[in-house]
Design a binder for this molecule. Structure first.
Ligand code: S3P
Length: 439
């Protein structure tokens, strides 16, 4: 897949971001549209689908399990649902590339099937922790072999699942969703309590497709044996992808950019809250609800930023946005401190270390801690940094170029295609001087 060939970025310093842009579809919602659309009765029409490698890996997995799926074509996908018990065994191992969401959600869903599945992925995914899903699934009665909690995962056929009451050890929407999806196939009720609110797209989409989910404060309950009804799903633009432009406009003098039709689900807007605390000028317009998800146009105009202590309650709400927020912190006046974010160490890369190392190369005082980072704002210089094959690290250092004193080279950026196809095209249109080259 995308990481087989090497792609580096070169960003020339300076510039500002301007205009109106629509970034690609939300990754989390795109995954879930394929999964739930496949299990529904009837035909689900999806628009705004993210045609990135991660969501395409989920799509390919369901095709391999016998679901007829047309597209994607210009963000449109048509899924001919097979019903809750209509999936068939894939005739080969299911390759999920770089995608943690695919593998963790699929694990729950496949634990309830009457066929065995083997899930594999790329180097990054193969190193990520899976006990967080295999442990609760085992409590439900699933039988899953792993390599000491790592891939491959072999999910055995025909184990009858029973509902559990489970408190998540970490704030993770992937683990919550995994258990809820298994809960659809379990006897009785499954209840998940989360230590802090995490993205609730699974709950919203289940409800939208007629599967009852009871939400009570920090607890979600689902009862096995229900069914899903096909619907149309309009996937909003991904706030995680919009983040690179929001931060870019917040740090580059003279910027004024509007990101249209962006998902502003309250469980995803930590980036807006944190940037505003830092002094960013952000305004929302055209607020609407589409398919159970709130959307808005987000306008960001340059304003000087100041360092802050990031409130810990914002961490799960901005979990994917920290690499870009660290660039904002590097351009802010004073010190920014992040704590309570140890989950960043087990993402597509160790995002705390990857960003601390890269920012230091660029001349910024960035000190990693066990669960966060301390960044003192300064002058971004030039240099060659590593993305560690992590899409969000690559794009974060790309926007740092707007405030850099010289050229930044970012190595191994092919995985940007997992979440943001044509990042280069949109970033160039907005005003970033960026080129890619293959090695
Ligand atoms: C996601 C949940 C988050 C997030 C990931 C997408 C999801 O992961 O980082 O990019 O779609 O449920 P965790 O559950 O590991 O926090």
């Amino acid at each position: 897949m995308s990481s087989e060939h090497k792609k580096h970025y070169i960003v020339q310093p300076g510039g500002k971001l301007q205009g109106e842009l629509r970034v690609p579809g939300d990754k989390s919602i795109s995954h879930r549209s394929i999964m739930l659309g496949s299990l529904a009765e009837g035909v689900t029409e999806v628009s705004g689908f993210l045609e990135g490698d991660d969501a395409l890996a989920t799509l390919a997995a369901f095709r391999a399990m016998g679901v007829q799926i047309e597209g994607p074509k210009e963000g449109r996908v048509t899924i001919h649902g097979v019903g809750m018990h209509g999936l068939k065994a894939s005739d080969k191992d299911i390759y999920l590339g770089n995608s943690g969401t695919s593998i963790r959600l699929l694990s729950g869903l496949l634990a309830g099937q009457d066929f065995t599945s083997t899930l594999i992925g790329d180097k990054s995914l193969s190193g990520r922790p899976m006990r967080r899903v295999t442990d609760p699934l085992a409590m439900m009665g699933a039988e899953i072999d792993s390599d000491e909690g790592k891939l491959p995962l072999k999910i055995k056929a025909g184990n009858k699942l029973t509902g559990i009451t489970y408190t998540l050890p970490m704030a993770s929407a992937q683990v919550k969703s995994c258990i809820l999806l298994a809960g659809m196939y379990a006897k009785g009720k499954t209840t998940v309590t989360e230590p802090a609110p995490t993205r609730d797209h699974t709950e919203r989409m289940l409800t939208g497709m007629g599967y009852a989910v009871e939400v009570n404060g920090d607890t979600v309950t689902i009862e096995g044996g229900g069914k899903l009804t096909a619907t149309s799903i309009d996937v909003p633009a991904d706030i995680s992808s919009a983040t690179f432009f929001m931060v870019g406009a917040a740090i580059a003098v003279g910027s004024d950019i509007t990101l249209t039709h962006v998902g502003i689900n309250p469980t995803r807007i930590g980036v807006i809250n944190i940037l505003r605390l830092m002094g960013a000028d952000i305004s929302l317009s055209n607020e609407a609800l589409t398919g159970g998800e709130p959307v808005a146009d987000i306008r960001v105009r340059y304003a000087p930023l100041k360092g802050i202590k990031i409130p810990e309650d914002q961490v799960p709400l901005a979990i994917d946005e920290f690499p870009a927020l660290f660039v904002a912190a590097a351009c802010a006046e004073g010190t920014t401190t992040l704590t309570g974010a140890e989950e960043l160490r087990v993402k597509e890369s160790d995002r705390i270390q990857a960003m601390a190392d890269g920012l230091q190369i660029l001349g910024i005082d960035a000190q990693s801690t066990a669960d966060g980072i301390i960044i003192t704002g300064g002058v971004i210089g030039s240099g060659e940094v590593e993305s560690h094959d992590d899409h969000r690290i690559a794009m974060s250092f790309a926007i740092a170029g707007l405030q850099a004193g010289g050229t930044i080279q970012i190595n191994n950026c092919a995985n940007v295609a997992t979440s943001f196809p044509d990042f280069i095209g949109l970033a160039t249109k907005a005003g970033l001087d960026i080129e890619e080259f293959n090695v």
